[in-house]
Write a protein that binds this ligand. Structure first.
Ligand SMILES: [Zn+2]
Length: 461
């Protein structure tokens, strides 16, 4: 008997040693042209509710207003049983975010995005009675300035899928937000129309779940658009290649037959049932995500380890105690209590010509840099040594390599390893049928590289 109890206990321990698999099922609820898409959203929300599963519906501001004006309280009520996120005010009406933000600075761009999007967030609040839990950009119209604005709008999670920034295909902190983005093999978006693909999809899901269990847990990101269940081409092709027709000229997308739609709903149900049947897998919403992950507020960490790391490379550091972004570590090196701050607004330049800085001068620079960070809640692009400058990267490397004793501190070149987590294909990353033909936004990727100071993997509690 005792042996049996022991065996059972061991089995239970082995089972619980597997990390949790969190399944985030989300729906970009955006088609404000085709009324059948309203019914699709209702049907999906109701089906999932019957299955006992909560999803995240990222709703477009105009879609919410259209639901209201069409008198679809039934749809609004059904969606509100799930989690409500935000998917921009107008989605594909020109200009889309990356298009107008490409030529704007960090601060100006954030202010402009906030100006354009604040009314949409307010409408979501009024119509659904909640502040959206998350945001994701229309198409691939991603831009780093949106992060600053979204935090000011009270939205803490970035939920979407694209490749502009990412770490290890799992959630990460960037720009002060918790991101589920660039999720690689952990993205599931299988065919809704081809039943023969169901076995492969189950297998892909199981493989992803096993890998996460072995890694200690994580997120599977899984998404659709309600409109896909009732139409066979996207509603927003009205706005293809930068087009911006008048409302009266908008064309409805081609419809699926009722039978085809039923097949889509049926396939979705089968996927969800399969995921539900897996022990240790749990459906979670964007609103729950920040409770599952450690907050970005920083543990100070071991200063010696931080200095060694930052002297060689400026990028995040993962330790037993947690993860630290380069911005967190710079604050530790400056003797500050680390806070969530923004990256620099520009790529600073080193003009200081000497090999070393007198210790007293470095001390003044440190005090000034810490004061700037506290005052602006942002890292400086460069620091002044008299009339000459050090770039932020060179300053950080120099501070990290300082032995704290010599009368002159040797200048050390920065090594911005953090930037490798930002996409480099300024055309491919912004490819989207709605952007003007040949659209490319290297400026946005450069701003993203500057914000990589704030990048670090998120860690499950
Ligand atoms: Zn969308």
């Amino acid at each position: 008997m005792l042996r049996l109890v022991l065996a059972v206990m061991l089995a239970v321990t082995a089972l619980s040693a597997k990390g949790p698999v969190y399944v985030m099922l989300w729906f970009d609820t955006e088609d404000y042209i085709e009324p059948a898409a309203d019914d699709a959203a209702l049907r999906i929300a109701t089906d999932l509710e019957k299955l006992g599963v909560k999803a995240t519906f990222k709703v477009v501001g105009e879609k919410a207003r259209v639901l209201e004006s069409r008198g679809r309280r039934d749809v609004i009520r059904a969606l509100a049983q799930h989690d409500i996120g935000y998917h921009s005010n107008y989605h594909s009406i020109q200009p889309t975010p990356a298009l107008y933000l490409r030529g704007m600075s960090w601060l100006d761009g954030a202010a402009e995005f906030e100006r354009r999007e604040r009314p949409g967030v307010a409408d979501i609040r009024r119509i659904f009675g909640v502040t959206p839990s998350c945001y994701g950009q229309p198409g691939s119209s991603w831009a780093p300035q949106t992060y600053r604005a979204l935090l000011r709008l009270g939205i803490p999670v970035y939920l979407d899928e694209s490749d502009h920034v990412g770490v290890n295909a799992q959630p990460f902190w960037f720009g002060g937000m918790l991101n589920v983005f660039h999720m690689g093999q952990f993205v599931i978006r299988p065919s809704l129309t081809d039943e023969s693909q169901i076995p492969q999809t189950f297998e892909k899901f199981d493989r992803a779940a096993e890998e996460l269990e072995a890694r200690g847990g994580g997120v599977i990101s899984w998404y659709y658009h309600p409109t896909e269940f009732v139409t066979s081409a996207f509603w927003d092709l009205n706005f293809a290649k930068g087009a911006n027709p008048e409302r009266s000229d908008w064309k409805n997308p081609p419809r699926r037959t009722a039978e085809e739609s039923e097949r889509c709903y049926h396939i979705l149900r089968r996927y969800v049932e399969h995921a539900k049947s897996r022990a240790g897998a749990r459906f979670v919403t964007a609103r729950e995500l920040p409770m599952l992950y450690e907050s970005s507020s920083v543990h100070v960490g071991d200063r010696t380890a931080i200095a060694r790391h930052m002297a060689a490379r400026q990028t995040f550091l993962t330790t037993e105690a947690g993860t630290l972004s380069a911005a967190d570590m710079l604050q530790v090196l400056l003797g500050m209590e680390p806070a969530v701050v923004e990256g620099p607004v520009a790529r600073g330049e080193t003009t200081y010509p000497e090999q070393g800085i007198p210790r007293a001068a470095l001390q003044r620079v440190k005090i000034d840099a810490a004061d700037f960070i506290r005052d602006r809640r942002r890292l400086p692009s460069e620091v002044w040594i008299g009339s000459k400058k050090l770039s932020l990267a060179d300053f950080a490397a120099t501070l990290a390599a300082d032995d704290g004793a010599s009368s002159s501190v040797t200048i050390r070149k920065g090594n911005l390893e953090m930037e490798k987590y930002i996409a480099t294909d300024a055309t491919g990353s912004f490819a989207w049928p709605i952007h003007p033909e040949g659209f490319s936004a290297p400026e946005l990727l450069e701003l993203a590289r500057l914000q990589a100071w704030t990048l670090k993997p998120a860690r499950l509690k």
